[in-house]
Design a binder for this molecule. Structure first.
Ligand code: PMP
Length: 417
């Protein structure tokens, strides 16, 4: 379907000024896809402007929507307790630290946050950086080098892959969540490389599933690999107190060398961090370019994350609500006959349509009926894996979730008729 669309539309393509002068990689296909969607009457579902806080509900262009596109899993964004802490930090330290922490950007709130994150992950220490993406890139690129091996899940986030590429190490991937496939890669490549790093996520953002962490840790031991687990979508989502996959799987967090996390999701702030041994953290603070040559996290940003960590501890009902909501959405979608892939129902639920066109049309149809959910289309995923992806929040009501499934079923039937 997509190939036909591309073939039809590429004939009529008028080069844009930038395409003529620069020929940017991928720009031509992007342009063809955009015009193809427009020709089919599908409005661009990206860069939608949310008028205020976008949580379980959101106002877009003056209309209220049930919202499934926010990573604020616990519904903490805008909580007055957090806002008050942010205001206090601004009053005391201002809005920026204006320099790398190594030079003159260090403030007490940085170490306070790093102490809280280290404790959160049961690690000796932690370091926070200004972006989650940059944290992965700079950390992996710094600790690995040519002659080393990086083995990662095939669905690893772009930032993990960019870091691996930049490191110059040999990079191999294994089929999603397949321990045997990872063993095969290690068996084939480990001996020829000096050091090895096994890279996983605690909770995968496209499929909403969770790896068998115990089995991967055993594998890492068997092949003498360092381990890095990205907890971007696991923090505040997995485990009885929200501490992520180690708590969920009942594993000693010290069995993982590097815990990576973001402050932009359940921690309703911005930035990334690594938690691990004091030696590794000291090393990163002196060596990782994304930390050394970049500004320290801003005081309000640090204060928001600290406030969120406190609220997660004080209000455990949020974790229970998130779990109940995610299970409800997953169950209702399945009962309504939808393909929810391999989701474990912890907070991310895909609705696999198997076609980018259907995903785009369904997303638009439900948007017109008051539901904001993003389609994930080729090339972000293979065409047969095109989907709508739902991020569930502790703040969704049961009625919102049930209404959503009912509307999805009605619109899907209408599209297939
Ligand atoms: N890792 C994963 C698994 C992610 O999903 C993301 C972003 N969605 C990041 C890292 C980057 O984090 P940030 O958006 O906070 O930069």
């Amino acid at each position: 379907e997509r190939a036909k669309l591309l073939a039809t539309l590429s004939g009529s393509k008028q080069p844009t000024q930038s395409a003529r002068s620069w020929s940017l990689p991928g720009a031509e296909e992007m342009d063809i896809m955009a015009r193809g969607a427009a020709a089919l009457g599908i409005a661009d579902p990206f860069f939608r402007v949310h008028d205020a806080i976008a949580g379980a509900q959101s106002a877009i262009a003056g209309r209220d929507y049930i919202n499934f596109s926010s990573y604020d899993y616990l519904g903490l964004n805008g909580r007055p307790e957090i806002a008050a802490r942010v205001a206090g930090a601004v009053e005391r330290y201002g809005t920026t630290v204006s320099a790398s922490r190594m030079v003159s950007g260090e403030r007490p709130i940085h170490r306070e946050l790093e102490g809280a994150l280290a404790e959160w992950h049961g690690a000796e220490d932690a370091v926070v950086m200004v972006s989650g993406h940059a944290t992965n890139v700079t950390t992996i690129a710094q600790i690995m080098q040519p002659g080393d091996l990086i083995v990662h899940d095939s669905l690893a986030h772009n930032s993990l892959i960019q870091g691996a590429i930049l490191s110059g190490a040999r990079r191999v991937s294994f089929a999603h969540n397949a321990v045997d496939a990872a063993r095969e890669q290690l068996w084939m490549h480990r001996r020829a490389h000096k050091r090895a790093l096994l890279v996983l996520e605690g909770h995968y953002s496209m499929d909403g599933d969770v790896p068998d962490l115990a089995a991967f840790i055993a594998l890492a031991r068997e092949f003498d690999c360092l381990t890095l687990v990205d907890e971007a979508h696991a923090t505040g989502v997995l485990g009885a107190t929200g501490r992520g996959i180690a708590e969920h799987a009942g594993i000693d967090p010290r069995d993982v060398d590097l815990w990576m996390g973001t402050m932009s999701k359940s921690l309703v702030s911005c930035g990334g961090y690594i938690a691990g041994s004091a030696d590794i953290i000291r090393y990163l603070k002196r060596a990782a370019p994304g930390f050394v040559y970049s500004v320290g996290v801003s005081p309000p940003t640090a204060a928001a994350a600290l406030g969120a960590l406190d609220l997660i501890r004080q209000e455990p009902w949020r974790l229970e609500r998130l779990a109940a909501n995610a299970t409800l959405l997953l169950t209702c979608l399945r009962e309504a006959g939808f393909d929810t892939g391999t989701s474990d129902g912890h907070g991310i639920v895909p609705l696999v349509t198997g076609s980018s066109l259907t995903a785009g049309r369904l997303a638009q149809a439900v948007f017109e009926r008051g539901i904001n959910v993003q389609p994930i289309i080729h090339p972000a995923v293979p065409e047969r894996a095109a989907r709508l992806r739902f991020f569930v929040s502790a703040s969704h009501t049961e009625a919102q979730l049930r209404d959503t499934v009912m509307i999805l079923r009605q619109e899907m039937d209408r599209l297939s008729a």
